[in-house]
Design a protein around this ligand. Sequence first.
Ligand code: NAD
Length: 489
Amino acid sequence: AILSRAAFPALPASFETPRYDVRSVSSGIVHLGLGGFHRAHMARYTHDLMGQDPEALAWGIQGTGLRAADRDLLDALAGQDGLYSLIEREGAREHRAVIGSIVAAIDASESSEALLAAIVAPETRIVSTTVTENGYHLDRATKTLNFSSPDIIADLTNPERPRTVPGILVEAYRRRRNARLPAFTALCCDNIQHNGHVLKAAVLALAGRQDPELAEWIAAQARFPNSMVDRITPVPTAEEIAAFASETGLEDHASLHAEIFRQWVIEDDFAAGRPAWEKVGAQFVDDVAPYEFMKLRLLNASHLAIAGLGQLSGYVLISETIEDPLIRRYMAALMDRETGPTLPPVPGIDIVQYKRTLIDRFANRAIRDTTQRVNTDAPINVLVDPIRDRLASDRPIELLALGLAAWCRRVTGRGEDGEPIRVLHPMAELLARKAREGGEDPTLLLSITELFGALGRDQRLIAAVGGWLTSIYDKGTKATIAAGADKGL
Ligand code: NAD
């Protein structure tokens, strides 16, 4: 049998099932980019709230995917009443729950019409997104809408049949305005600094090209709160799905694992109400910037730096990577000496404790997060931004440069013993070409203005990255990290 409402009695007692009647959940939110992260994070918070606050039952989520790759998951959820199991682990601690906050799955990979209809429906008050940075079609250096993206050009030519996230939001706002319906809140939950502002600027830029009055209406009526999201959610594996089946006798093709830690800091600025997520641990603040800054600088920058070094060293898992004492030491030094000192004070956060917790979270063997996922997911800005800040005041960047050198080596698409590395990046081909051509000289790669801007021509950066890269090519990654540690880095 398949996981469904009817199958609840068959689940072992170790699985917590919804404390509310899942049939009484109605939709108030449409989510774009229904991947693992949203289901482990916002859908989890919303589910928890539904268990204690009957008003939350009106904030059910319709999840959608814009790409053909999403279809299997969407089909699985549609066949399971939107239900899925979420297993949260850290060391010996484990929570197992069936999450009931998703009310529908909409496949928008071929047409956005059903998705637009869902967003335009009067009960939709929030449209949330986790589509990775690529899903917003931004110019990577300026973080503004990239009008030369072929998909954005297509949406401008055919605004009524949009394919991109900014295009879909603009068209949905247009239809709501024309129907005299209030605007919804667009809640970006991707790891982008000032994510709400970035999304707002992209939507207004696109709307402005189509209809300046619409752009004015959106600017006046809609809201785009910034948010900081955190919970490590690995890509679900076939083994996890098989394990669920053998333990429960039920099939769950949308089963998911995540760490126990979770954090969500949201700017309290919503156009048409919101769930009381603060009752289940989310934090509403006036200014998210210090929290997102802390997370991007400490978590995301460290994650990408060690994932690159780890993958080149032959480690598959992040936990294996951080168990390497030299890499663990490198990460601690990176945070203490280079990324941490760029942070302003963060209200209510003990930074020393936060850094220690991060190392423990990366070392969590109970979730199988991979160097491949982290390398794929983290945009290079998480290293470039702190480098830019430090160089602006002429401070050392050696440790950040080592992380960037690993990235330069990795994007060749070949590991140290010649095995292929899958580089899933919109510019992967160009990156591989420049990385191979440049070899130990990073100048060619760093001159890609779209990724590095003017910083890529800074001789201090070229020299620092070049030094490490030469060593990585000559001696290998492990020996390079060891040599750095010997020099006190
Ligand atoms: P995922 O691959 O499971 O899902 C991502 C979703 O984004 C999918 O629906 C996919 O189709 C969609 N998408 C990707 N590129 C797109 C594009 N160009 N246009 C439209 N849709 C696109 O990934 P995930 O683990 O759910 O992570 C998604 C995002 O969530 C990350 O990029 C990150 O910003 C944020 N996040 C993830 C984690 C984590 O640990 N996984 C933690 C914090 C934040």
